[in-house]
Design a protein around this ligand. Structure first.
Ligand code: SF4
Length: 225
């Protein structure tokens, strides 16, 4: 690579990082109290709720878990649950067979390998069946307050591309880009806030760019039909 091209690539990376920094500040000002919307009172409940939240709204998950967590209180309860009964209890969250399989599989491993407790490292969480980086990041960031990465859900995926903080489509690569652009101290809150922004302003179908606090720093402002 010629030195001129190397310099220009470096300066474009630093200007994207500057923009990411401004965006993080504006999100903090607009959604200071944003936090995980999944109702939970333990790491296990958060893990189960996050598994259920795939392709489902948090509101629906909260309705389902309100009853679910009265019935199944420990990893042992989930591990020894009747598959059909568990499927019926979570049916309305969609993809219920796979989700029930993941929950039972994860719970079984919690009992057999982790003494019934949810582990607190990325490496251990990723060993649980049905648990990928998104779920692990939610549990680590929200329950254990550990910044191991950035949660990339459907909102973070969509908005970080609209903001051109990434050109990637694969969540793992989007996460890698966001981690490189933002200081570690921002990782947990940035995704909580972007998720709220996705619900309120930068919605999938009709982003409300006219009232968006990020518009000045967004290359897609007013350009999404
Ligand atoms: S300006 Fe529009 S596209 Fe950009 S973040 Fe705001 S609402 Fe989304």
């Amino acid at each position: 690579m010629s030195s001129t091209r190397a310099v220009s690539k470096k300066s474009s990376r630093s200007s994207t990082a500057d923009r990411a920094g401004r965006i993080a500040k504006k999100l903090a000002a607009s959604y200071a109290d944003a936090e995980c919307a999944l109702v939970h009172s333990s790491a296990l409940e958060l893990l189960v709720a996050t598994i259920l939240s795939a392709q489902c709204t948090d509101v629906r998950v909260n309705l389902v878990t309100k009853e679910l967590f009265k019935r199944y209180k420990s990893a042992k309860d989930f591990a020894s649950s009747d598959p059909k009964e568990l499927e019926a209890a979570i049916r309305s969250t969609g993809f219920f067979r796979n989700k029930a399989k993941s929950i039972r599989g994860a719970a079984k491993m919690l009992v057999e390998t982790f003494g019934g407790e949810v582990p607190s490292t990325m490496e251990e969480l990723l060993q649980l069946p049905g648990v990928a980086r998104k779920t692990a990041n939610v549990v680590l960031g929200t329950w254990f307050k550990k910044a191991a990465g950035v949660v990339v859900d459907t909102h973070v995926h969509r908005i970080s591309r609209r903001l051109q903080l990434t050109r990637e489509d694969d969540p793992k690569k989007i996460e890698r880009d966001l981690m490189a652009l933002l200081p570690e101290a921002e990782w947990i809150n940035f995704s909580h806030r972007l998720i709220w922004h996705g619900r309120k302003i930068c919605t999938a179908r009709k982003p409300r760019c006219g009232e968006c606090p990020l518009a000045e720093d967004c290359p897609s402002a007013g350009k999404i039909a």
